[in-house]
Design a binder for this molecule. Structure first.
Ligand code: VNL
Ligand code: MN
Length: 345
């Protein structure tokens, strides 16, 4: 094949899976008393009582080598970067979470070993025990050769700027493993306004949860302590970069009146240095154009959000994006190869 007719390599970077053991644990959580906003999704997917769109997601999350590979083939998707779907192991008690994270990572590594050109994967860890998590992170990248980390936003209502999690940030920085902060529903303290109109999840709540997580990190000084730490957020950066000018302006005011810590750089400088974003489930050319202009072409990666969103329009969105051929190569695979240590084809 001549270079001109060679099909472009497509690596999708926010692609969800689960394992039966985690699904069973989430079904138990669905049946236990609780008031967390995540229960709306957990009940519908893992303890489905009606056959609706979400109930039908569980088999597709558990499938890796049958329908998923067929869907990838049919849509020209070369590789999925897999991650344990939200809420991951983060609703479990510390020991259960750590054991399930290890199991999920072992199973993920085994699948990648069987299909090394089709799958790469982000390792799960249990933030409930930060030191144990750091150990598992090392094992996952060094021994299992996984490609980075997945974190499903808050853990028991706490965020990564909390110093108790610094062993996790230190491990990620040392290993050069990017942490993908994926949504889950807003934490308990801000859940109430999201209980109506289906705002709990992907319609609105997920983006507010992750953008709040990201902003807490930007203004807390964690990137002075961990300057090489890399964070990835999906859904076109959860709109954080739309806010950068105002964040910089108001963060300075907050610093001057002593309500935010002094930092070496501004929020926008950290966002451009320490974050990358993906296009998962956000197929707007206008938002893509803004993102590339705001953050640079090297900081935007393509994603589908399989199986929550269909592959065909996600591919059509990026195939038809108004960018140069060289830019499309970076969006579709070059940036993913760099950030997630994926061998170029
Ligand atoms: C949904 C969409 C859920 C995207 C997701 O993770 C996600 C949803 C739990 O529409 O329910 O990544
Ligand atoms: Mn997703």
């Amino acid at each position: 094949m001549t270079p001109a007719s060679k099909p472009i390599r497509r690596i999708a970077t926010e692609e969800a899976f689960s394992i039966p053991e985690v699904a069973a644990g989430l079904r138990d959580i669905a049946r236990a008393p609780g008031n967390s906003l995540d229960l709306t999704l957990v009940e519908r997917i893992y303890d489905a009582k009606v056959d609706d769109v979400q109930a039908r997601l569980l088999p597709r999350l558990l499938d890796l080598e049958k329908e998923r590979l067929k869907d990838m083939d049919a849509n020209g998707v070369d590789m999925q970067l897999l991650s344990l779907t939200a809420p991951g192991v983060q609703m479990f008690d510390a020991d259960t979470a750590a054991e399930l994270a290890t199991l999920a990572n072992d199973k993920l590594a085994a699948v990648i070993k069987r299909h090394p050109t089709r799958f790469a994967g982000l390792a799960t860890f249990a933030p409930q025990s930060p030191k144990r998590a750091a150990k598992e992170m090392g094992r996952a990248m060094k021994k299992l050769k996984l490609n980075g980390f997945i974190l499903n936003s808050h853990t028991h209502n706490e965020y990564l700027d909390n110093p108790k999690y610094f062993p996790i940030l230190e491990a990620a920085e040392d290993l050069d493993g990017c942490i993908y902060i994926h949504p889950r529903a807003p934490s308990d303290g801000m859940a109430a306004p999201f209980r109506d109109y289906g705002l709990d999840s992907a319609q609105w709540g997920y983006g507010i949860e992750v953008s709040t997580h990201a902003v807490r990190m930007l203004v807390s000084g964690v990137f002075d302590r961990f300057p090489k730490l890399k964070i990835c957020i999906g859904h076109m950066g959860e709109a954080v970069h739309f806010w950068l000018w105002r964040l910089d302006y108001m963060n300075k005011n907050a610093q001057n009146r002593g309500s935010a810590p002094k930092t070496k750089l501004t929020p926008s400088e950290y966002f451009k240095r320490n974050f990358v974003i993906t296009t998962s489930g956000q197929e707007s050319h206008l938002a893509l154009d803004f993102s590339i202009k705001a953050l640079g072409i090297d900081n935007v990666l393509w994603a589908i959000d399989y199986p929550y969103q269909p592959s065909t329009p996600a591919v059509a969105f990026m195939d038809s994006a108004p960018v140069s051929a060289a830019e499309r190569e970076k969006l579709y695979h070059g940036n993913a190869e760099r950030v997630f240590h994926i061998k170029p084809a």
